[in-house]
Design a protein. Structure first.
Length: 96
């Protein structure tokens, strides 16, 4: 989503450790699940950012060592989005 000045409102990146998941198939599956859970829930965060005229770049790293299920990732992503909403909704005092 773009702001009125053409800048992206929200950017996100996802990563999974090679140390914990040796097979690329496993790493890609986790990233795919994280991206989908994020995609389904990001609209709430985008609305808050647009309302406050802010931009946000986020990089989410999966640090677990077991293959997660979709429901687990979805609930954790809900927590992350809620925390980011609080951060985005805070009023930052202007520098004087």
């Amino acid at each position: 989503m773009f702001r009125s000045d053409g800048i992206f409102t929200l950017q996100a990146g996802f990563a999974v450790s090679t140390k914990n998941f040796k097979k690329a198939v496993d790493r890609n599956r986790i990233k795919r699940i994280m991206r989908e859970a994020y995609r389904l829930q990001k609209s709430v965060l985008e609305e808050v950012l647009i309302k406050n005229n802010k931009c946000l770049a986020v990089f989410i790293i999966y640090t677990g060592n077991e293959l997660p299920g979709y429901q687990e990732i979805y609930s954790k992503m809900t927590n992350v989005i809620n925390r980011l909403n609080k951060i985005a909704d805070e009023n930052v005092p202007a520098n004087t």
